[in-house]
Design a protein around this ligand. Structure first.
Ligand code: ADP
Ligand code: MG
Ligand code: MG
Length: 874
């Protein structure tokens, strides 16, 4: 029989997949002898089973839950629903990786009309007991029954008003008792039955609600963003309650062993006295810094420091802990590897090596490649900053600089972001519902909440700039305005945030590009030491190539020559070439293009300082270069001295039903070999020129869209004849190679044949993905959303290599290609070359290099190091 439920003391940290991160760590801390309120974890397999059973908890699982509950009662010496010393629990979700967007935790479960009296008795504090009960009714109704909180807030606020009270804490036990009574009446009105009094029913329904939340839209969105499989499921933790809200010797808080924003090796955290659960993170009350606990309760502080040190050493990582103090006694409720900014991740990794806690390899693995993205974003231009006006200051919750237009709701932010201009989401505080809006925003500003508030934590996770708790900002969401220190801003107005200083500026502030220095440079140096894959860049002009070189690119893996022709002074001769009617006319047009193309290549070679440069010959369908509207055609005809009808005819004749599968790539050169000849001339002449100046460039000529060996052979002969003649004429020596892209499934299938002519392969995984799946990447966007909704795809195959299908073709092509040509150079130049997970795959199948956009080069370098550390290449 499957074991679905584990007591904390039966499990340990290695059981993360089965028990979720939270559950595995609660078990581990229990084993380490730390003060953890006891309980049990219902496994992720139970969650999967719940879905298999048609969203119900079967009898076996229910029995195991109730047995574990009984065991936990014995451990704690308390009884569920007891009128003397009632056992109360929290019900907490916990997947393999921490996942915002899942169900909110339910606290104080087990309370009913009897137990509340028991709780009053055992604590001698009826006020506390009824306060807990009214919180529980609200939470249970909200989370399990999906009754909006506002139903209860209304009653609560009306009571405060009728009593003329401002602070919740001024309500008496009697008041709260009446509130609870009214809550129960409201519940019955809405649900048609009494608030559940049987604690076991409460528990089973809560567990169900956690399982259900695995499939809510927020969770699904988060999973897609982070490529987390739906099949994992979530675990549920049921844990004895401890109370931080039992008066001034009680409290609750969160702490980090190091600063999660800067990485500074200094204990960091916040807490609140007389508070429970989410009070700290929800930003309702502004918490105190953890350092004050040292004065408030030195004994507990010292104990907590010892525990946190031990946890950090144990997990060899910065820990993010939740704790509660119940009448002077410390309990640890959670520990996990803390989320951190990219800067902090680098600093912590490097410090831990210096402290002897980690090896270089371990440290490299602690830094998520995609986290580096945040460091590759701009910062404010120091000059522009001097002129900018600081309108207020909040907490520096997540670093980076952002300028954008104000939006007051997540939905509006998402709408506004569609036009491509940056948006800044401004809210009092954020909740899990705002995640999607935060993801599309350049920055987030909140007026409430601390460094561990929802906004701060989520923004840090996303690498989005965030200023939190800017208390002077008065948000009026309904009116779509905010006021701060005499300034007033409405939706669409520009503001700027500096997430590293917490400063907020009115208007736009100019930003400057990032560079690799300090801790970043050091970690990159280590990464380079341990990787096997080379990292190149996709660059079409010397400017991008220089940026990439600065970021560590070891060559160009893809230069798309057509991009050079869209510039205004070049498009003319290029169009002339397209409309030419005879080879002579075409040759004349191409002659005009040749010197420009040559200059481009000279620039690229120089920017790459002798690293290899792969130049892909003309690829897109020709119609892309011509106008399509009559007006424009008329104008162009005039410019080119052609008659309108003739040009119109040419444009029409280039129209294709499926341009993606049409006259493009190598097919163009088959029809117009002059193009290949001209491009070869430019590549070779440019190389001869820079090599004469002392460099040693080895150009790589890459023929796109080959599916048949004879296509390649035909073009290669022209290329080689042209190149060899030029080299001979020059009297210089020059090495060059001719290879192909593997982007048509047929080429992958016949890689052994293709390799007889091709001297290198480069996987064009954009086209290869499109053609393997048989859907156009320009149109997939319209229906892929349905695929995600229906869980047919988890992730976008154009963002992460489809390892099973497309990956199989790649693997085969690598093996078969190298069987023909030993040690053949192979790379990837599709978008996937900058995706960490795809980079790891490329390492595994034995590619020589990955090539990606300049800003992804450091990410690819780190991902390549991860791959080789985890799975070293022989
Ligand atoms: P999240 O994953 O969103 O952090 P948690 O399950 O950790 O959710 O819990 C939310 C809040 O409830 C935290 O502040 C946590 O400390 C508190 N909490 C959870 N379980 C208990 C418990 N048994 N006793 C007291 N507080 C608890
Ligand atoms: Mg939560
Ligand atoms: Mg938590």
């Amino acid at each position: 029989m499957t074991k679905y439920v584990y007591l904390f003391r039966e499990a340990n940290q290695t059981m993360r997949n089965l028990l979720g991160g939270k559950g595995a760590n609660l078990a581990e801390m229990t084993n380490l002898g730390m003060p953890v309120p006891q309980g049990f974890t219902v496994s992720t397999e139970a969650c999967t089973q719940y879905y298999k059973d048609g969203r119900r908890i079967n009898e076996e699982i229910e029995k195991q839950i109730l047995d574990a509950l009984h065991e936990t009662e014995k451990i704690t010496g308390k009884t569920f629903g007891d009128n003397e010393n009632p056992f109360l629990v929290s019900v907490r979700s916990g997947a393999r990786t921490s996942m915002p967007g899942m169900m909110d935790t339910i606290l104080n479960l087990g309370l009913n009309d009897v137990a509340v009296e028991g709780l009053a008795k055992v604590t001698g504090n009826p006020r506390f007991a009824y306060d807990s009960y009214r919180r529980f009714i609200t939470m249970f109704s909200d989370v399990v029954m999906e009754i909006p909180k506002s139903n209860f807030d209304e009653i609560f606020d009306a009571k405060k008003e009728s009593r003329g009270i401002e602070e919740d804490t001024d309500l008496t036990a009697e008041d709260l008792k009446e509130i609870v009574a009214s809550f129960k009446v409201r519940y019955k009105e809405l649900e048609g039955e009494d608030f559940p009094q049987d604690p076991k029913d409460q528990l089973i329904n809560a567990v169900k609600a956690v399982f259900r939340s695995w499939d809510n839209p927020r969770a699904n969105y988060y999973r897609r963003m982070n490529n987390i499989p739906y099949e994992w499921g979530t675990a549920v933790n049921v844990q004895a309650m401890v109370f931080g809200n039992m008066g001034e010797t009680s409290g609750t808080g969160v702490a980090f062993t190091r600063n999660p924003a800067t990485g500074e090796h200094k204990f960091f955290g916040e807490y609140l006295f007389n508070a429970q659960g989410e009070d700290v993170v929800a930003g309702v009350r502004t918490p105190k810094p953890i350092s004050e606990l040292e004065k408030d309760n030195p004994k507990v502080y010292k104990q907590f420091r010892e525990i946190s040190d031990k946890l950090e050493k144990h997990y060899k990582d910065m820990q993010d802990m939740e704790f509660t103090i119940e009448r002077g006694e410390l309990f640890i409720l959670q520990t996990r590897n803390g989320k951190r900014t990219a800067q902090a991740a680098l600093k912590i990794a490097i410090d831990m090596v210096e402290e002897g806690l980690l090896t270089e390899q371990e440290a490299i693995l602690k830094v998520e490649p995609k986290a580096l993205d945040a460091l590759l974003h701009p910062t404010f231009d120091p000059e522009a900053l001097k002129a900018a006006e600081v309108i207020t200051q909040g907490l520096n919750a997540s670093p980076g600089a952002a300028t954008g237009r104000v939006a007051f709701t997540a939905d509006r932010a998402a709408e506004m972001a569609k036009d491509g201009l940056p948006v800044i989401l401004v809210r009092e505080e954020t909740t899990t519902e705002d995640i999607e809006g935060m993801a599309v925003s350049a920055g987030v500003l909140t007026s409430r909440g601390g460094m561990t508030s929802h906004a701060a934590v989520v923004a840090r996770g996303m690498g989005t700039c965030c200023v939190a708790g800017a208390g002077e900002v008065k948000v009026n969401e309904a009116a779509k305005t905010f006021k701060v220190n005499g300034h007033s801003f409405k939706e669409g107005d520009y503001i700027s945030l500096d997430g590293s200083t917490g400063k907020v500026y009115g208007g736009k502030v100019k930003t400057v590009e990032a560079s690799v220095s300090g801790d970043f440079a050091k970690l990159m140096e280590w990464a380079d030491k341990y990787r096997a894959l080379k990292v190149r860049t996709n660059a079409d002009n010397p400017r991008d190539a220089k940026v990439a070189y600065e970021f560590g690119a070891q060559g160009i893996g893809l230069c798309r020559t057509e991009h050079m022709f869209f510039e205004s002074e070049r498009i003319g001769p290029f169009r002339q070439m397209i409309v030419s009617k005879t080879p002579e006319e075409r040759a004349e047009a191409l002659n005009k293009i040749l010197p420009m193309q040559k200059e481009d290549f000279v620039g690229l070679y120089k920017a790459m300082q002798g690293y290899p440069v792969t130049i892909r010959f003309l690829d897109p369908p020709l119609h892309e270069f011509l106008p399509h509207e009559d007006e424009e055609i008329k104008e162009l005809a005039k410019e080119m001295g052609l008659n309108f009808d003739e040009l119109k005819h040419t444009v029409e004749s280039l129209k294709e039903s499926n341009p993606m599968l049409g006259h493009r790539g190598v097919r163009l050169s088959i029809t117009y070999p002059e193009i290949a000849k001209m491009q070869t001339t430019a590549v070779i002449q440019a190389a001869l020129e820079v090599n004469k100046g002392g460099m040693n460039v080895v150009p790589e000529i890459m023929i796109p869209l080959v599916g048949e060996i004879k296509e390649l052979k035909y073009i290669k002969e022209i290329v080689v004849a042209t190149a060899d003649e030029l080299i001979k004429e020059s009297g210089q020596k020059l090495e060059y190679s001719v290879g192909t892209m593997i982007e048509i499934p047929r080429a992958a299938l016949l890689a052994d044949e293709i390799a007889t002519e091709a001297e290198f392969f480069s996987f064009g995984t954009n086209d290869l993905t499109q053609m393997t799946f048989g859907f156009s990447r320009d149109d997939a966007g319209t229906f892929l959303a349905d695929y995600y909704d229906k869980k047919i795809f988890v992730a976008d195959p154009f963002a992460h290599v489809d390892q099973r299908g497309v990956g199989k073709l790649m693997k085969m092509a690598v093996e078969n290609g190298r069987a023909t040509r030993e040690g053949m150079k192979m790379g990837i130049c599709g978008e996937h070359g900058g995706d960490p997970e795809s980079v790891e795959f490329c390492h595994e199948i034995g590619l020589s290099y990955v090539s990606c956009s300049p800003f992804r080069v450091p990410i690819a370098r780190l991902a390549a190091a991860h791959a080789n550390i985890k799975n070293p290449r022989k």
